[in-house]
Write a protein that binds this ligand. Structure first.
Ligand code: FES
Length: 181
């Protein structure tokens, strides 16, 4: 087993439950990875190894799944992960302008985390909300639509202040809106 991360007995019970929901254990890779990410905050190579060993599935397969979806974090991330869509619809509606504004405001580039560990920014592919372009998703959960610089400023201010931002209504169920890397 991985030395850095371990699943306790309760984790193993939950993982077994997840696996038995599916006819083949490979089909449970996504939910088990979500479970691992919820527990450890990311799915870096050590977590991938742990999942592979726990499920008795080749590590390369687990790695392939993790690297396919931007929703799985291959390294420790900030408390708030801002996934800015820069795919076609968002791009033509100013997605890169929004990304650049965030980068300037937070003093980091896409793929980086602020030194205080509060924010990470990612540039991601289509999140399935093209009609709301340009948009972003916060830590695999709520969407912020029709982005403007003002909306971004308010979002960051609210998150920094520990306030719940005023998210719009097109929330997608957590963990189902997979987007490719
Ligand atoms: S292109 Fe941005 S959500 Fe589809």
């Amino acid at each position: 087993m991985s030395d850095t991360y371990t699943f306790n007995d309760q984790d193993l019970k939950e993982i077994k439950k997840l696996i038995t929901k599916y006819p083949e254990k490979q089909a449970a890779v996504l939910p088990v990875l979500w479970y691992a990410q919820d527990k450890f905050g990311h799915t870096d190579s050590a977590v991938q190894k742990l999942v592979a060993q726990t499920m008795d599935i080749p590590e390369a397969h687990i790695h392939g799944v993790v690297t396919f979806y931007t929703q799985f974090y291959e390294k420790p991330m900030g408390k708030h992960v801002l996934d800015v869509c820069t795919c076609l619809s968002c791009q033509v509606c100013g997605g890169y302008d929004m990304l650049n504004h965030l980068e300037e405001k937070l003093g980091i580039k896409a793929g980086e985390t602020t030194p205080d560990g509060e924010f990470s920014i990612q540039s991601v592919e289509c999140l399935g909300a093209c009609g709301y372009a340009p948009m972003l998703q916060v830590t695999n959960d709520k969407f912020v639509n029709h982005l403007t610089r003002e909306k971004l400023d308010k979002l960051i201010d609210d998150l920094k202040a520990g306030k719940k931002p005023e998210f719009e209504s097109n929330k997608m169920p957590q963990h189902v809106n997979g987007s490719e890397k």
